[in-house]
Write a protein that binds this ligand. Structure first.
Ligand SMILES: [Zn+2]
Length: 198
């Protein structure tokens, strides 16, 4: 059976195990989903379940797992009384991550974007472009991303829908769907496949 311990930096295992035991969480390693990196759910019996995508590199895996365990701590304390990514979750996640912000666990080039990230963590790491970009360096099979293809390219997303890449706004890219001509804003790190322009 695939175990989370195989997916995170060695030095982070004891603390992660302690949290998981304390909260009695079941962690499942899932096939890659494009829509999310991981999730936290509570079932009818009030059991905690976390699922994480298996293709994340060990640093992204640790960040995602800590993100989801933070949800479990917040749920334990506040149940439905607070927003999922509200201030309670942000503080919890930050305190948990501080345990890992050292050179035994993360490479040097990740420490700075990570310490910036945890000051005001976003609901999804994918929306922290700086951090995601750094994390990508550690992926073993690199996926082509939107920011790497030239403006004007026709591409398809992983769901198969086709778009034309237009121009960059502040952070995101304007793209036009080829079927409806509707304009969408894309994360620069969106996984894409280039299509023939003709
Ligand atoms: Zn979350």
């Amino acid at each position: 059976m695939d175990n989370f311990e195989n997916h995170i930096p060695k030095a982070s295992i004891p603390l992660i195990k302690k949290w998981i035991k304390e909260l009695n969480i079941l962690v499942k390693i899932k096939k890659s989903r494009n829509t999310k990196l991981g999730d936290f759910t509570v079932n009818k019996k009030e059991e905690y379940l976390i699922s994480i995508n298996k293709d994340l590199n060990k640093y992204a895996f640790l960040i995602t797992l800590t993100h989801e365990i933070a949800h479990a701590f917040v749920w334990e304390k506040y149940k439905r009384k607070v927003a999922p990514h509200g201030i309670e979750w942000k503080i919890t996640f930050k305190e948990m991550m501080l345990n890992f912000l050292n050179a035994d666990i993360f490479p040097d080039d990740l420490l700075r974007p990570l310490s910036k990230h945890i000051k005001n963590p976003k609901a999804s790491t994918v929306n922290d472009y700086n951090l995601s970009d750094m994390l990508r360096k550690y992926d073993s099979n690199k996926q082509l991303i939107l920011s790497e293809i030239p403006d004007g390219s026709v591409f398809s997303t992983l769901s198969g829908r086709q778009f034309v890449k237009l121009n960059k706004l502040q952070k995101r890219y304007k793209c036009k769907a080829t079927d409806s001509n509707k304009i969408y804003l894309f994360n620069p790190l969106a996984a894409v496949a280039l299509l023939d322009n003709k």
